[in-house]
Design a protein around this ligand. Structure first.
Ligand SMILES: Cc1ncc(COP(=O)(O)O)c(C=O)c1O
Length: 476
């Protein structure tokens, strides 16, 4: 494809994207395709001869669009906000167009230095001190794995230089709450600690945040038994209910054992942009690493996950490689992000943050986050005011966890009822919500925060929930 052919095709594609985004609210929010349908529509012999762009756009419209959840729809209340602000889409397109190769500073100085600029901007926008150094990873799962690798090496005084974990005299133990995201256990397993050495710390029954006394007890028991507490992962904004672990206390308890503290604020980190929400993150400054995803609520298109660490020397010591063909005369003066994470080659991810922040402005992003917080408080108020409904967890941010609890159902029937009415909501195509099992009970998570969601959409969701649950009052 020549640049001129690209110009014309790209205009058509951008028109297609704009039309799609303009009409996204008219489509069923949850994909309704059956397993295998998309594959069946697209399969066939590999293309030997070129086809026109029209054929691809038709397939995008007719096969691909029905085959995705409409996360940009105002009716999307599932999992977590998965916004893809169009400002950031432009940055992603620019990154693809440039085709830069991010393997060392030398291979694309702008890729490295823009990443330093935008991670500093976000650090400042979140009110973090300048003791933190940030890099962009693909996901919070990877960021947590990196944190666990560095925690392991700090606890073993660089066992990687010797026999690794296999030669350590005592097991290393990692702690996270029962509400921590599954990616935390995955990171712990991948970093070689082993499932036997992962303690899931009980949570407070009301706040669903880690119980610091239980953490203290478990760490002391392990230490007394000759095991070595190596790391604690504190969750700020748990996946189930957006609970906030008490980081300040966790940092103090971990310090008694010299354990690394990683803070996982994948979804909730966006709220740190709001000064009035920062109290929820009190204590973060004392942690060793802190990760959050602009690709969730803040709205920079996936994949865009930030990992900040304080001790960059340690990070680089654990992760650096230095083959001859990657060396250059500037090595001593520049940042080499290949030494801050797992992959060698990096995409120019900072461009999407740079476009998003510059074209939208942080102020408008903060306004949107505040709008969503107000929606959640409004919805929680409506739910709490109905006799047969419960708000079943605190609502510090944008997620409202609810249960419909009509008289005459036992626990098992109530659990089934939550899953059934959520399914009825989702089957309408007008909204998409997520049932979840939290501490042994089923509830329904209403996760507000799609960029397009306005108060009218939240009101419509509430009416739909009541109707789908067979709430007598709304059915009249
Ligand atoms: C608290 C928390 N941590 C980690 C993750 C994993 O995020 P990612 O998909 O970026 O790996 C999630 C995703 O929902 C999450 O809610």
């Amino acid at each position: 494809m020549t640049p001129e052919e690209f110009r014309s095709a790209a205009h058509e594609l951008v028109d297609w994207i704009a039309d799609y985004r303009a009409s996204v609210g008219d489509r069923p929010v949850r994909s309704e395709v059956a397993p295998g349908w998309v594959r069946g529509e697209l399969a066939g012999p590999p293309p030997e001869m070129p086809v026109g762009l029209d054929a691809l756009l038709t397939d995008l419209s007719d096969v691909v669009v029905p085959g995705v959840t409409q996360t940009q729809s105002p009716g999307y209340f599932a999992w977590f906000p998965a916004n893809a602000a169009l400002e950031s889409v432009l940055g992603d397109i620019a990154a693809s167009g440039l085709g830069a190769l991010g393997i060392t500073w030398q291979s694309a100085p702008a890729l490295t230095e823009m990443e330093e600029v935008v991670t500093d901007w976000l650090r400042e926008l979140c009110g973090l001190s300048d003791e933190w150094y940030g890099a962009i990873h693909d996901t919070a799962s990877t960021a947590c794995l990196v944190a666990m690798l560095v925690a392991r090496e700090r606890a073993t005084d660089l066992s990687e230089d010797r026999g690794g974990l296999q030669a350590e005299p005592a097991p290393l133990v990692v702690y996270a709450s029962t509400q921590a995201h599954s990616s935390v256990s995955k990171a712990v397993l991948l970093a070689g600690f082993g499932r036997d050495n992962l303690r899931l710390v009980p949570v407070d029954s009301v706040t669903l945040a880690m119980d610091p006394d239980a953490l203290r007890r478990l760490m002391a028991e392990d230490a007394a038994a000759g095991r070595r507490p190596a790391a604690v992962v504190a969750s700020l904004g748990t996946t189930g209910t957006t609970a906030f672990d008490p980081v300040e206390e966790i940092v103090a308890i971990a310090a008694e054992h010299g354990a690394w503290v990683h803070v996982d604020a994948a979804m909730a980190g966006s709220a740190m942009m709001l000064p009035e929400c920062r109290w929820l993150f009190a204590g973060v400054e004392g942690a060793d690493s802190f990760g959050w995803n602009p690709h969730k609520w803040m709205g920079t298109i996936l994949d865009c996950s930030l990992l900040y660490v304080r001790d960059v020397q340690m990070l680089v010591r654990v992760l650096s490689t230095n083959p001859s063909y990657l060396r250059s005369a500037s090595d001593g003066e520049v940042t080499q992000f290949k030494d801050w994470g797992i992959p060698l080659g990096r995409r120019f991810r900072s461009l999407k943050l740079w476009f998003h922040l510059r074209l939208a402005g942080a102020d408008s992003i903060r306004d949107r986050l505040r709008r969503d917080l107000a929606h959640a408080q409004w919805l929680a108020g409506q739910v709490a005011a109905q006799p047969d409904w419960e708000v079943c967890a605190p609502v510090p941010l944008q997620t409202v966890c609810v249960r419909h609890v009509p008289d005459g159902m036992d626990d098992a029937a109530l659990d089934r009822h939550q899953q059934e009415w959520a399914e009825r909501v989702n089957a309408t195509g007008r909204a998409f919500v997520t049932p979840a099992l939290v501490e042994g009970r089923w509830l329904v998570r209403l996760s507000i925060g799609a960029e397009a969601t306005e108060r009218a959409d939240v009101k419509a969701l509430w009416a739909l929930c009541r109707e789908s649950a067979g709430d007598g009052a709304v059915l009249g």
